[in-house]
Design a protein around this ligand. Structure first.
Ligand SMILES: N=C(N)NC[C@@H](O)CC(=O)C(=O)O
Length: 374
């Protein structure tokens, strides 16, 4: 039986409901088929295993990081200060615990995926919402920054897909340096949007601010949750990140590191451009099947992320979410992204696009049927 939405505490619990459905368009994980060149990498897992046994782990790790960060335009990444974690959420928990040793208040982008505020609250931090529009409009108010120990920005943001441009990042980092505020970025969706491929680490380094970045390989490729969350920090971050990392793990499997290197090399050889076209096609399928449905709109016209928000007009998002399950289709209601003011998400749903085109089409057609019922 599907729990009633009221019983579900967070977005991930909505995503659990969808995990075994053929039309799961709920979580932002990659569930499309492997490409033929990616199949060849998976076929060579025994070779990756043998390499992991034979080579020193630091060698396997360094080449995986180099391939992944270079692929996404981050050539100034500080290779000596990148910690490999089992997932980006594990990286975030380690960051949060280390931040809480020194900071009690954090400014967090609003809206964003709710496991971020949940993890930050979990270590006792007080959260202040920083509206996405305000963040992109210009400088943050000095009186806001003077009450914060950290500013946390998801870019590209989830679920809006909005990317912090280089000039805004430069200015924000300068402000954080001026106010001795740690600047933290969650860049989990950056692989999908070339606007997010400018060298963030060069800008952060040159600003002189204290910074942390969390990267996620897990959203890009369909690797059955075999992934790495990279936890990167500045030399002057002044937080016990490495100590707390050592409380949690010794390291990630070098087999997964080798797999990430191979997927990154394949992406650099044309696979990333193919992936972008694949996501763009799924986005256009969703938008065209739902075109013309009264009251329905897509608020994030520029998003290239692997998720798409749908505004359902006067309808209640939770009502549509519930009724579309009659077609075995699962999407994600958006209240919990609005962690400070949930009602802002009452008429919004999020649809995952890292799925087969037929799954996206099938889900869009089921949504159309439900939405036309009024
Ligand atoms: N640790 C958690 N809760 N993982 C779920 C998260 O990866 C899903 C996500 O980010 C998205 O659906 O956009």
């Amino acid at each position: 039986t599907t729990s009633s939405s009221a019983e579900l505490g967070n977005l991930t619990q909505f995503e659990y409901l969808a995990l075994n459905s053929p039309l799961n368009l709920s979580d932002g994980h990659a569930r499309q088929a492997l490409t033929s060149s990616q199949v060849r990498i998976i076929d060579d897992l025994p070779g990756l295993w043998a390499e992991a046994v034979k080579l020193p782990v630091e060698e396997v790790e360094a080449s995986a990081k180099q391939a992944y960060f270079e692929l996404l335009g981050q050539s100034s990444f500080p290779s000596g200060r990148v910690l490999s974690c089992y997932s980006s959420s594990v990286a975030m928990e380690i960051f949060a615990r280390s931040l809480a040793t020194e900071v009690d208040t954090i400014g967090l982008i609003h809206p964003t995926f709710d496991n971020i505020p949940d993890i930050l609250r979990g270590v006792g931090l007080r959260l202040v919402p920083v509206e996405e529009d305000a963040l992109h409009a210009g400088d943050l108010p000095g009186e806001l920054l003077s009450q914060l120990g950290c500013v946390f920005v998801t870019t590209p943001n989830n679920p809006t897909g909005r990317v912090l441009p280089a000039e805004r990042l430069r200015r924000l980092a300068e402000q954080c340096a001026e106010h001795d505020v740690v600047l933290t970025l969650d860049t989990s969706f950056r692989g999908f949007d070339t606007d997010a491929h400018y060298d963030h680490y060069a800008i952060l380094r040159d600003s002189g601010c204290r910074w942390v970045v969390i990267e996620d390989t897990g959203k890009l490729w369909p690797t059955q949750e075999l992934k790495i969350g990279f936890l990167v920090s500045s030399e002057n971050v002044g937080l016990p990140v490495r100590e707390i990392y050592s409380d949690i793990l010794l390291g990630v499997s070098p087999v997964i590191m080798g797999m990430i290197r191979r997927f990154s090399e394949d992406a650099a050889g044309g696979g990333l451009a193919e992936l972008h076209q694949f996501i763009a096609r799924n986005r256009s399928v969703l938008r065209s099947v739902l075109a013309g449905v009264p009251g329905v709109s897509f608020p994030d016209t520029h998003s290239r992320a692997s998720v798409e928000r749908l505004h359902v007009g006067d309808r209640q998002g939770l009502e549509v979410w519930s009724r579309v399950q009659d077609f075995n289709v699962f999407v994600l209601p958006c209240q919990k992204f609005h962690w400070a003011r949930p009602h802002e998400g009452d008429h919004l749903l999020r649809i995952a696009l890292s799925r087969s085109e037929s799954a996206v089409r099938g889900a869009a057609e089921a949504l159309r049927t439900v939405l036309l019922q009024g």
